[in-house]
Ligand binder design. Structure first.
Ligand code: GCU
Length: 366
C-alpha cells in the first residue's frame, strides 16, 4: 500500500517532543503553540507493509520481526512502516509464501522446509545430519554458500533478505520415547509440508503425516498422530510437550529460516530503500540469533521442569539414523553434490581448527 502525504508540524524542542508531535498530528499545528517551537518536516508513512510470522508474540523470530520493523522505521524516518502480524493470523506458511509471490503480503519469516517446495535447491541446506553443530551451520550460511542460496531465490517472486535461526529438531511422541531406529517403525509422525521431510520419515520406517503447524497440538492430543519433531522453543511455545511428553534428542535436522520479501513489493522501492531493508533484515537476524540461544535454553528447562521425559540419543544410534537417511542425499542433492562437499569440508576444517593445539601449547611441546 502506498500513501503519499507529507505534512509539517511544530514541536517543542525539550522533553515534550513525543507528546507534542502527537498533539500536532491529532488537533492541528496552532493548538500546540508555545515558546521554544521549531518547524520541522515530518513524513507520514509513504508505505505501510504487512509482515507475516507464525510464531507467538514472545518468540525469538517474532521479536526479530519487531526489531526489523523498528530499524526500518528509524532508518527511513517513518517513511516505511512494517506491521508485524504474529501467531499465524495471516495463514499457514505455504499460503503466506504464495501471497508473497502475488504481493498480497509484503514480508514474512518462514522455515526452509515449506520454502523448499517453491525453490527446490534450498533442500540442500536442510539435509539431515548435514551440519555438525550450530557454528558449522552459521559459517555456511554467512559465507559464500549462504550468499549463493540467497541468489537462488531470483525468479521465484521472492527476495531472500536474511537467515534466521531455528536451532536443531528432535522427535517427540505421545506414548513412548524413540530411543533407537526401530522405535520409529510404523509410527505416524507429523512433518512440515515438505516432500523431503515426508521422505525422511518414510526411509526411517515411519508413516509421515504432512500437516500445518497450528494443527499439530490437537492431532497429538486426539491420537491422529503418534509424534512430531521440532526444536525446543517450538515444542515448548505451542505446548506440544503437554500432549507428547517423550522428547528424544537425536538432532536429525537443522532447518534454517529465511526472512523474505515479496519481489512485487521490492520492485516498488528505490535502490536506497532496498539497501536499508536488507541491512535492517541482517541486523535483526543477529538479534534473533542471540534471543534464540537464550530461548532454547529456557524452553528446555521449562519442559524438563514440567516433567517431560528427555532421552539423549547416543552417538552410535544417531549414526544409524544418519546412515538410514543417506539415500535422500542422492534424491535431493544430485545437482548439488559439490555444495554438499564444500559444506562437509567446512565442517572438517572447523573440527581440525578446534583440535589444533593453541600457540602456547605448541611452544611448550617444542
Ligand atoms: C518451526 C518453525 C515454524 C514452522 C514449524 C513447523 O517452529 O519456526 O516456522 O511452521 O517449525 O514445524 O511447522
Amino acid at each position: 500500500m502506498k500513501r503519499n502525504h507529507t505534512f509539517s508540524i511544530k514541536y517543542f524542542r525539550n522533553r515534550m517532543l513525543v507528546r507534542v508531535a502527537g498533539c500536532a498530528i491529532g488537533i492541528g499545528i496552532s493548538a500546540c503553540g508555545g515558546s521554544e517551537q521549531k518547524e520541522i518536516q515530518m513524513t507520514a508513512p509513504e508505505y505501510v507493509f504487512t509482515y507475516a510470522e507464525n510464531q507467538a508474540e514472545d518468540y525469538p523470530t517474532t521479536l526479530g520481526a519487531y526489531r526489523f520493523a523498528e530499524l526500518v522505521k528509524e532508518r527511513t524516518e517513518g517513511r516505511i512502516e512494517i506491521l508485524v502480524n504474529a501467531k499465524g493470523i495471516l495463514g499457514d506458511e505455504r499460503t503466506i509464501i504464495e501471497q508473497l509471490q502475488f504481493g498480497g503480503i509484503d514480508f514474512a519469516r518462514v522455515s526452509l522446509s515449506p520454502l523448499s517446495e517453491f525453490v527446490s535447491g534450498l533442500n540442500v541446506l536442510q539435509m539431515p545430519y548435514l551440519y555438525t553443530n550450530s557454528e558449522h551451520m552459521w559459517n555456511v550460511l554467512e559465507g559464500d554458500i549462504g550468499e549463493e542460496f540467497m541468489e537462488l531465490m531470483e525468479g521465484s517472486g521472492l527476495v531472500g533478505l536474511s537467515w534466521y535461526d531455528a536451532g536443531v529438531r528432535n522427535f517427540y511422541c505421545t506414548k513412548k520415547p524413540i530411543q533407537k531406529l526401530e522405535d520409529i517403525r510404523g509410527l505416524k509422525i507429523r512433518v512440515q509440508e515438505s516432500e523431503l521431510m515426508r521422505v525422511m520419515i518414510e526411509v526411517l520406517g515411519g508413516e509421515a503425516v504432512p500437516m500445518v503447524y497450528d494443527e499439530v497440538y490437537s492431532a497429538l492430543e486426539t491420537g491422529t498422530i503418534d509424534g512430531a519433531e521440532n526444536n525446543w522453543p517450538s515444542y515448548e511455545s505451542v505446548r506440544h510437550y503437554e500432549v507428547a511428553p517423550y522428547y528424544s534428542v537425536d538432532e536429525h535436522t537443522r532447518v534454517p529460516e529465511m526472512q523474505l520479501m515479496s519481489e512485487y513489493t521490492w520492485k516498488k522501492l528505490s535502490v536506497e530503500d532496498q539497501n536499508i531493508i536488507r541491512e535492517c533484515a541482517r541486523a535483526s537476524a543477529l538479534y534473533e540469533r542471540e534471543l534464540w540461544t537464550q530461548r532454547a535454553r529456557a524452553s528446555e528447562e521449562r519442559v524438563r521442569a514440567a516433567g517431560c521425559i528427555v532421552v539423549e540419543m547416543p552417538t552410535e544410534e544417531r549414526l544409524r539414523f544418519r546412515e538410514a537417511m543417506m539415500p535422500i542425499y542422492q534424491k535431493y542433492c544430485a545437482d548439488y553434490m559439490d555444495v554438499i562437499e564444500r559444506i562437509e569440508a567446512e565442517g572438517e576444517r572447523m573440527d581440525k581448527e578446534k583440535t589444533k593445539p593453541s600457540y602456547e601449547s605448541t611452544i611448550l611441546h617444542e
